[in-house]
Design a protein around this ligand. Structure first.
Ligand code: RB5
Length: 148
């Protein structure tokens, strides 16, 4: 599976750790930037990462900023993206099982690297359950459609 990574300066170090970790686990990892701790705006990086995920069937993305929140707000503006900012194991697992989230957002200034790597593992290893959850996701898609 391919995992697309994106970060601003607040999430850069975490992204680098995720890249090394997921690569060692055998995932194909594609880095959508940024490439340093120099201050950079998160929205364009979220957009680029999300569009990459949407154009690559079955792929997932992980976005890192200081809190994970700005990235999740920007990502959720992209039609077809279901981004979840998570700081705990239960949420990282259930946002795949129930929400079929395709983007995990992590806060580099909120959680430690060890926790972040575990949340990423849970996220990429967990499959969407489908079933009763699908019509709820369809409702989200309907909201997207009604905005146009
Ligand atoms: C950057 O200072 C910080 O605002 C950003 O990384 C993120 O936390 C926004 O939500």
């Amino acid at each position: 599976m391919t995992v697309y990574l994106g970060a601003d300066h607040g999430g850069f170090e975490l992204k680098e750790a995720l890249k090394k970790h997921l690569d060692a686990e055998g995932y194909k990892v594609i880095d959508c930037g940024t490439d340093s701790t120099q201050s950079v705006d998160y929205a364009p990086i979220a957009e680029k990462t999300c569009l990459s995920v949407l154009s690559d069937d079955g792929s997932l993305g992980i976005l890192c900023c200081g809190t994970g929140i700005g990235m999740s707000m920007a990502a959720n503006k992209v039609n077809g993206i279901r981004a979840a900012a998570c700081s705990d194991h239960f949420s990282a697992k259930y946002t795949r099982l129930h929400n079929n989230a395709n983007i995990l957002c992590l806060g580099g200034r909120v959680i430690g690297i060890g926790t972040a790597l575990e949340l990423a593992d849970l996220f990429v290893d967990t499959k969407y359950e489908g079933g009763r959850h699908q019509h709820r996701l369809d409702m989200i898609t309907e909201i997207e459609k009604s905005q146009h």
